[in-house]
Design a protein around this ligand. Structure first.
Ligand code: AMP
Ligand code: GLY
Length: 424
């Protein structure tokens, strides 16, 4: 069996690592991959957003399964293009990927379906947006409609800040076309969790809960990042809440999409705020989360490929996804300066030693191989991950592995998963 994985970050290394352990022992190709995927797969010199080049490679090489990691190629219609070639692809169509590609579309679906979410209004003009912001007051949230590399959301604690965010998006075009329409949204208070679900369009299987750490510094301080670490399970998502999320979030959303003729196939990721009034959706993503995937996939007890294929075939069943009893923690090691400007090309030492730490695995994110050396090649460099009997044990093992790794300017949070022990 031949499997093609699209993307080159920590999520894709975790996907490749999981697929490589599948009992069907597939030959794996990764476009473009990184130094970590190179150990388990053949990296292709094809960018994750280069749809024509991916389609061309797939047309010639006929992978039995393609798994698409990032949102950009999904929103650009990569799945539709590959399916046109008669190929089997895990991931939503362009129409379905609008759940992430357009926050206005996602909100429309949620409102029509009665999915619990923040109240919001949509604007294209500055004056009415500002008037609305002033009438509601702070705190308030301003969101660019489209894909903005994680920078399109501003949580504002003052009206002045919100006014600036409105102008930045609508007037200064800080996010280009992606910010030509904005949502002005009610601020939701609570603890966040990520709930990812597999979907074949009709059936949903929620994956184990996880929590990300979006801010760069300990104690959730400093600017937002792509995610500085994650853990699974997230105790804030209790066993009582899970069926509510399944029914009110995933059930209602997929039913509404079906009503509109859209079959959602792939991962639907709900960012959820656990508020005093129950879970409410902050946003949807049309893909696996990064770094959530790094803590969910190592917990799987069985093969992943049958579950992915069932999503394509419309035969998804809960029995296809089973877990080990262990918890999992991922600590992201980033380049100094990230999420601002940072240097690339620093040599990474200690990877082999880290991999020898019990139950630890180092997922590469921004790395590349050069003459046998592993160099940094991005902001988030590594996702140092470990399983443990409980979260505390997993935290200890993950940080034991982090301690073995060095590169110039390396930075990481020291409090990954600490929230899970709050008050315990
Ligand atoms: P995103 O970049 O779309 O992942 O969203 C960034 C972050 O903004 C989320 O993870 C939340 O922490 C925060 N956020 C988004 N919407 C709201 C909201 N309505 N209330 C409070 N925080 C929000
Ligand atoms: N961990 C956040 C994301 O994947 O969008």
């Amino acid at each position: 069996m031949k499997v093609l994985v699209i993307g080159g970050g920590g999520r894709e290394h975790a996907l490749v690592w999981t697929l490589a352990r599948d009992s069907r022992k597939p030959r794996i190709f990764c476009a473009p991959g990184n130094a970590g995927t190179a150990e388990l797969a053949t990296n292709l010199n094809v960018g994750a957003e280069d749809v024509p080049a991916i389609v061309e490679w797939a047309r010639v090489n006929r992978p039995d399964l393609t798994v698409v990691g990032p949102e950009a190629p999904l929103c650009a219609g990569l799945v539709d293009a590959l399916e046109k070639e008669g190929l089997r692809v895990f991931g939503p169509s362009r129409a379905a990927a609008q759940m992430e590609g357009s926050k206005v579309f996602a909100k429309e679906i949620m409102t029509a379906a009665g999915v619990p979410t923040a109240q919001s209004s949509t604007f294209t003009e500055v004056a009415p947006a500002l008037a609305f912001v002033r009438s509601v007051g702070a705190p308030i949230v301003i969101k660019a409609e489209g894909l903005a590399a994680g920078k399109g959301v501003t949580v504002c604690t003052t009206v002045a800040e919100a006014e600036r965010a409105v102008r930045e998006s609508l007037e200064d075009k800080a996010f280009g076309e992606a910010g030509a329409r904005i949502l002005v949204e009610e601020f939701l208070d609570g603890e966040e969790a990520s709930i990812l679900a597999l979907s074949d369009g009709a059936h949903v299987v929620m994956l184990a809960s996880a929590q990300d750490h979006k801010r760069i510094f300990d104690g959730d301080q400093g600017p937002n990042t792509g995610g500085m670490g994650a853990y699974s399970p997230a105790p804030v998502v209790t066993a009582e809440i899970l069926p509510v999320i399944e029914r009110e979030v995933f059930g209602r959303t997929l039913a509404e999409l079906r009503k509109r003729g859209i079959t959602y196939k792939g991962v639907l990721y709900a960012g959820i705020m656990m508020t005093r009034n129950g879970p409410k959706v902050l946003e949807f993503n049309c893909r696996f989360g990064d770094p959530e995937t790094q803590v969910i996939l190592p917990r799987l007890a069985g093969d992943l490929i049958p579950a992915l294929e069932a999503c394509i075939d419309g035969t998804l069943r809960p029995e296809l996804v089973t877990y080990k009893p262990e918890s999992c923690v991922c600590v992201v090691m980033a380049a100094g300066g990230y999420p601002g400007t940072y240097r690339k090309g620093q040599e990474i030492h200690g990877l082999a030693e880290a991999a020898r730490v019990k139950d630890a695995v180092v997922f590469h994110a921004g790395t590349k191989l050069q003459e046998g050396r592993v160099l940094t090649a991005g902001g988030r460099v590594l996702g140092v991950t470990a399983l443990g009997k409980g979260l505390k044990d997993a935290v200890a093992q993950a940080y034991a592995a982090v301690d073995k790794i060095t590169f110039d300017g390396a930075s990481f949070r020291k409090d990954i998963a600490a929230k899970a022990f709050k008050g315990k």
